[in-house]
Design a protein around this ligand. Structure first.
Ligand code: ZN
Length: 166
């Protein structure tokens, strides 16, 4: 995964935009289920992801970024869930937080592997910085997961252990 800067920036922008979109969706869903505490968590995650996305776009400046295929950056649903229409399954805050954490962790691993493997000094520097930011997002979600009651029996399988992030 040794990227040139434009490729890396394109991935980072897409990852952050995807995160912002998904967090907004989760925030709205939690609000609809009157879970204001968790909705607030997702709204601030939306804001951070959007700010990060804007900062990366500013860094890219006039560099033309390549277009990516959607599977290169989309969030993953847990394996037992079909597609986007499976969102209903996550009514419970705990599962929504776990889902977000899994995807944040995947972004973190992605940035880390770029930081380790890239031969471009600027890509390595940025990827290291972004990996650190994702570490903070994962930690923030962990804090909330610890404060959130586990779902009832309707949630058959706890999503742990998570499949390894790619
Ligand atoms: Zn993040």
């Amino acid at each position: 995964m040794s990227y040139a800067l434009p490729e890396f920036l394109a991935h980072a922008v897409a990852l952050e935009q995807e995160a912002a979109d998904r967090y907004l969706e989760l925030a709205d869903m939690m609000e609809a289920h009157r879970n204001d505490a968790v909705s607030t968590v997702f709204r601030s995650m939306t804001r951070f992801s959007q700010m990060h996305c804007d900062a990366i776009k500013a860094r890219a400046g006039s560099i033309e970024l390549p277009r990516l295929k959607s599977w290169e950056y989309r969030w993953r649903s847990p394996p037992e869930v079909g597609g986007e229409e499976g969102f209903d399954y996550m009514i419970e805050a705990y599962n929504a937080l776990k889902y977000a954490r899994q995807n944040e962790s995947r972004a973190m691993q992605y940035y880390r592997s770029v930081a380790e493997e890239s031969t471009d000094a600027e890509v390595r520097r940025l990827a290291t910085e972004f990996a650190y930011e994702e570490t903070e997002h994962v930690a923030a979600l962990d804090k909330w997961i610890a404060l959130t009651p586990r779902p009832s029996l309707t949630w058959r399988d706890d999503p742990d252990p998570l499949p390894p992030a790619v």
